[in-house]
Design a protein around this ligand. Structure first.
Ligand code: NDP
Ligand code: OXD
Length: 311
């Protein structure tokens, strides 16, 4: 019998994914569009399902995430943790995330905002770079799929790269730190601090006043992970005090970022609307089909989330 996949995504994306999966060997139903009997659902494709929905699907074989981050599933207190949760891991996604990180490292490092301002005033303002590239230490919180790719690109551009992870890592040319006991030493060597951690109980709020106090004066912060990692008021205070030179943020405590947020107009903070990398639907389809095929053959799934660690 053909397995049944329930798609629980925003309507436009859900319909698009259903269209791409239409000619595959699957029954595809879209939550909110099609009627279905919950026990008939074998697989779910989602990103941030409505709390309580997944526990009603009593025969689920696997939950498939269309995103690399799976905090949206754990936001459901009734998420069925006995069902395997597969996260989206895709080379293109990792490369695009790395591009975003590299772009903001370079905009900061090359003082591009100052040149933009000078151009607006028709001013020929030649300056030396504030710091030599090899003397600029980029510290990446999270040396996983994405952090490792970003570290390699930054290394290739001549930066001095550090990384911090839970378990000890060896990445060529990267000074690696691990565990809470090495966090302070890592922060002390991060002139540019990049966050690409999963959002878990251990990492929520990790970018706070105490953390900012531990990075060198003038450090720049880039957050591409989740808004829940940053205490936004602490970030603004650290920038306004001059301890941090600025920040680039793609993710926020509340998304969409409210129009009233002081982040929008802050002269030293760049804001983008959670677009560092958007999962490619075609790659999502490949990942879904791979997971379902493996599951139906009784083979181990790839990229299964560890329910204890939360990522
Ligand atoms: P991975 O799971 O591959 O990597 C996570 C890294 O974080 C690992 O190195 C892990 O350590 C480390 N880590 C986790 N918890 C801790 C901890 N408590 N202390 C120290 N290190 C820790 O994730 P990805 O690289 O694929 O993705 C990272 C995040 O990026 C996603 O969870 C998502 O939130 C975000 N993202 C944002 C996007 C956007 O558009 N803005 C798009 C895609 C992803 P270890 O290696 O030891 O396990
Ligand atoms: C993701 C995201 O986690 O888009 O993939 O944020």
């Amino acid at each position: 019998m053909r397995p049944t996949l329930l798609i629980v995504l925003q309507p436009i994306l859900a319909n698009h994914m259903a269209g791409l999966l239409a000619d595959k060997d699957l029954n595809v139903v879209v939550h909110g569009r099609d009627s279905y009997a919950p026990p008939a659902i074998d697989y779910v494709l989602s990103f941030r399902p409505p709390p309580g929905l997944l526990k009603t699907l009593t025969k689920l074989k696997a939950v498939l995430s269309l995103g690399a981050g799976v905090d949206g599933f754990f936001a459901d207190p009734e998420f069925p943790k006995h069902v395997p949760l597969v996260r989206f891991v895709d080379d293109t996604l990792s490369q695009e995330m790395a591009q975003y990180i590299v772009m903001h490292v370079l905009i900061h490092h090359r003082a591009q905002r100052m040149f933009d301002a000078a151009q607006r005033e028709s001013k020929w303002r030649q300056i030396l770079l504030p710091r030599r590239t090899e003397d600029t230490r980029v510290g990446i919180l999270g040396l996983g799929e994405i952090g490792t790719v970003a570290a390699q690109h930054l290394r290739g551009l001549g930066f001095s790269v550090r990384g911090w992870s839970r378990s000890a890592k060896a990445v060529d040319g990267v000074k690696a730190f691990s565990g809470t006991e090495e966090l302070d030493a890592f922060l002390a060597e991060s002139d540019i601090l990049v966050c690409v951690l999963p959002l878990t109980p251990d990492t929520r709020g990790i970018l706070n006043a105490q953390t900012f106090a531990k990075v060198p004066k003038g450090a720049f912060v880039i957050n591409v992970a989740r808004g829940g990692h940053v205490i936004e008021n602490d970030l603004i205070a650290a920038v306004d005090s001059g301890h941090l030179s600025g920040a680039a943020l793609d993710v926020f405590q509340t998304e969409p970022l409210p129009e009233t947020s002081p982040l929008w107009a802050h002269p030293k903070i760049a804001v983008t609307p959670h677009v560092a990398a958007i999962s490619d639907p075609a790659a999502g389809v490949r990942s879904v089909l791979d997971s379902i095929a493996r599951s139906e053959r009784g083979e181990p799934l790839r990229n299964v989330v560890d329910m204890t660690r939360g990522y």
